[in-house]
Design a protein around this ligand. Structure first.
Ligand code: ZN
Length: 275
């Protein structure tokens, strides 16, 4: 755990400190080594939340994106209590999962928390997970992140402007858009920029999916996952895969299967929604 309780307050581990566990008040010892993230640890024999994972740098990075009051929150329900990794401002519990997890554990947590989502550390299987058209970080300037999805000659580009607004640019010069499609684009908030020769709109999942649909006939991006982890098929709640890039892949179909669908969500955008 990143936080222990000292004099009623949540505190980070520092050398030689002791604290109480927020769940049952048992003693925690600060572990402040050179390699692992500084964290609090129970005595080996202590009984506590069997759901908590060891603290990795990846866990810490996610938890540090949120306020102290939103991280490692004790949730009580039906005479049981557990420590949720993160509670979003809208009350949704975010569980950040690094290790493989059993179907029973997935079901138990989803049942307990109710409104929750998963962020899964996907770095260890990123080589085995492919979207059918390439997504790559085009360039990374100070505040600007460009993601480009390429399929044949058409391109969807997203970019952040100086104010942090995310825009979609859709180069349709290689597509024969009919009047009805142009109408649709206008209806969902696109306007045609004749100097850039592309359609432009503020980013939203709906708009992104529509552009994807124009290109592929599908609203979502197909993926192939070699050696998929089948326990994730038991997840009923949303699963976001984190490949340690600027975006998450939200799996809409086929979680834990060899093939499925989903789309990319910029982390910035994800955080704006849940923070
Ligand atoms: Zn404890």
């Amino acid at each position: 755990m990143l936080y222990g309780i000292i004099n009623g307050e949540k505190k980070r581990a520092k050398p030689k400190l002791k604290a109480a566990c927020p769940l049952y008040g048992t003693e925690l010892t600060a572990k402040c080594g050179a390699i692992k993230v500084w964290h609090w640890a129970h005595r080996a024999e202590a009984f506590c939340d069997e759901w908590t994972e060891g603290e990795t740098k990846w866990h810490k990075n996610w938890k540090d994106c949120f306020g102290i009051g939103q991280v490692e929150v004790v949730v009580k329900k039906r005479f049981k209590k557990h420590i949720a990794d993160i509670v979003a401002k809208n009350g949704v519990v975010i569980e950040v999962q690094h290790s493989p997890i059993s179907p029973q554990m997935i079901e138990a947590r989803e049942d307990f928390y109710g409104r929750m989502i998963w962020i899964v550390d996907a770095r260890s299987f990123k080589e085995n997970f492919n979207v059918r058209f390439q997504a790559f970080v085009l360039k990374q300037l100070k505040e600007k992140v460009h993601l480009r999805w390429k399929n044949k000659d058409t391109v969807i580009e997203t970019a952040l402007d100086e104010e942090g607004f995310e825009w979609l640019y859709f180069d349709c010069s290689h597509l024969q858009l009919g009047e009805a499609q142009k109408d649709d684009l206008t209806k969902i908030g696109f306007f045609y920029n004749s100097s850039l020769k592309c359609w432009k709109a503020e980013h939203s999942e709906k708009r992104f999916r529509y552009l994807n649909y124009l290109q592929t006939g599908l609203f979502y991006i197909p993926f192939e996952w070699k050696w998929a982890r089948p326990s994730w098929q038991f997840a009923q709640k949303p699963v976001f895969l984190d490949f340690h890039k600027k975006y998450l892949f939200y799996v809409t179909d086929g979680t834990g299967k060899r093939e499925g669908l989903g789309y990319f969500v910029a982390k910035e955008r994800f955080l704006r929604r849940y923070r």
